[in-house]
Design a protein around this ligand. Sequence first.
Ligand code: SF4
Length: 284
Amino acid sequence: MKVIRAKAMGMCFGVRDALAMMRALPNPQEVTVYGELVHNPEILNEIAQRGMTMLSETQRVLPLSKAVVITAHGVSLQEKRQLAQRAEQVYDTTCPLVQRVHQQALALQNSGYFIIVIGKPSHVEVKGLIGDLQAYTVVETLADVQSYSHQLLGVVSQTTTPPDLAQAIVQAIRDHNPAAQVKYIDTICKPTRDRQVALTELFKQVDAMVVVGGAHSNNTRQLTERCRRCQLPCLQVQNEQELPKEWFFPYQVVGVTAGTSTLDSTIDKVCQTLEGKVETKRFF
Ligand code: SF4
């Protein structure tokens, strides 16, 4: 089987920096990670091995430990203040591109705009963003778009939103609100955009795709959905152990891409397994 790797894939600088900071922290037993540092099971396992406490994303409560780590997805300013009051030390690994979304949304709000966030309402990045806003709504799909009772509509998006979805939603907002002034600030991060473009470039060269990434990773899921929308056979796996050999029988050329929290070593093992260079239990 021939394997073609996407030109841009895998771990982004935001996740890499968060991981580097986490690995350098002294006294890990005294550290609580405020949510999943990244949506990658191998990294989450590493955090547990180091003795850190990690809160689940659905049950984030103010920690009692000496130090707390804010994840790359960020939190609201209000939440950050509460964490600073509770812990002696706050390590903030919020990605600068997430911080930029907060800054842009607040600037729009301060200019009198009603904020429309394109994104997944339950995602921690979106929760952190709307935590600082007073008048806002979150739009996940085209069907969520409405006619709003505001003249000024400011639109930002979750960093991992597929660019074509964001464009379609912005157009729908304009169509539903012809009298409003709609200001869209493109806050999709470059690594997400690059991975989506690189995936599209692969479509004409491959028979099927493998997307490597955490089951809870939003941008990994978006890559998978893009393949499915283009009706390309696609398998999403967390690692090489999840590759079922029988699935690949019909395919000669398989493309590989990966979400922004996937380790290079995991991508390498998936590619090597597909190429028959290493054996895994399920694949041979
Ligand atoms: S996916 Fe984008 S916004 Fe999120 S951590 Fe990576 S670079 Fe930052």
